[in-house]
Design a protein around this ligand. Structure first.
Ligand SMILES: NC(=O)c1ccc[n+]([C@@H]2O[C@H](COP(=O)([O-])OP(=O)(O)OC[C@H]3O[C@@H](n4cnc5c(N)ncnc54)[C@H](OP(=O)(O)O)[C@@H]3O)[C@@H](O)[C@H]2O)c1
Length: 260
């Protein structure tokens, strides 16, 4: 299937590892020019080397998506390096476990900043470039906890619900301009984020044993997903085959989430 991504220009936030790196790699393999950003300079540089192996244009920058000035400067330099922006993948984010009584105001603000406000900032900065694109896409990486509350991830649950509403409202607002906005909602996917959670919660367990116990309790398919199982649907939405899909909220979660 030709996704029609050759020559498209994609910005992937949090593209240094995990889901973001897999998405950037998949888009690069499909012929898109890609730009990635994240905070850790060594990981950003290493990811860019990996992406350049696909042969296309790669731009990278050290950016904290919680800083409006850095985000604006980044989107401008990415657009200059790639020659425009057709695709924005709002992926940067971090797990923030915590119950209602353990989360402080600072925790809540921090989580909201890296999840909801990063999507707002990046989309706002990219909008002038997306308006010039003939095939503009915004793809927001969210969590199924937005629709399936888990009090153990209290802030994620509440803040991702706001992200889903942002996704739908943006799709309504910019559909008439041909800018398609969709959400991909993750359940459990093996990434460095989960390794951090395991090392804090159950350092005595191997990653395999830790992931297996969580999956057995929550996931009908009985396992965590792989990053490539996310990047495939993102590439589909980014490309021409996704041209009549906007405002959608698609779970990539192995059946996790008891709702219709
Ligand atoms: N994996 C899952 O099971 C799962 C489940 C639900 C939702 N998600 C969401 O999916 C997205 C990707 O998660 P992942 O599992 O791939 O996580 P990951 O392996 O920890 O990667 C997160 C990426 O985001 C970057 N990032 C984090 N905070 C940032 C900031 N303030 N500014 C710029 N970049 C930042 C990280 O780099 P730096 O730390 O160097 O900045 C890294 O590149 C996140 O939004 C996450 O919340 C994942």
């Amino acid at each position: 299937m030709d996704l029609g991504l050759t020559g498209r220009r994609a910005v992937v936030t949090g593209g240094s590892k995990g889901i973001g790196l897999a998405v950037a790699a998949e888009l690069a393999q499909e012929g898109a020019a890609v730009s990635i950003c994240a905070r850790n300079p060594d990981e950003v540089a290493a990811a860019a080397v990996q992406l350049r192996a696909h042969g296309g244009t790669v731009h990278e920058q050290v950016v904290d998506v919680t800083d409006t000035g850095q985000v604006s400067a980044y989107i401008e330099s990415a657009a200059a390096a790639l020659g425009g922006v057709d695709i924005l993948v709002n992926n940067a984010g971090a797990a923030h476990p915590g119950t209602f009584e353990t989360l402080t105001d600072d925790d809540w603000h921090g989580d909201l900043d890296v999840k909801l406000f990063s999507q707002i900032r990046c989309t706002r900065a990219a909008l002038p470039h997306l308006r010039k694109s003939a095939a503009a896409r915004v793809i927001n990486i969210n969590a199924i906890y937005a629709r399936y509350p888990d009090p153990a991830f209290f802030a994620t649950t509440v803040n991702r619900a706001a992200c889903l509403n942002l996704n739908k409202a943006l799709a309504l607002e910019y559909g008439p301009e041909g800018i398609l906005v969709n959400s991909v909602n993750i359940g459990f996917v093996v990434t460095p984020q989960w390794e951090n959670i395991r090392s804090k919660r159950a350092p005595e367990l191997t990653p395999e044993a830790f992931f297996a116990s969580w999956a057995a309790a929550e996931v009908p398919l009985g396992r965590f997903g792989d990053v490539e199982e996310v990047s495939g649907i993102v590439a589909f939405l980014a490309g021409d085959r996704g041209s009549y899909i906007t405002g959608a909220s698609i779970d990539v979660a192995g059946g996790m989430g008891k709702y219709v």
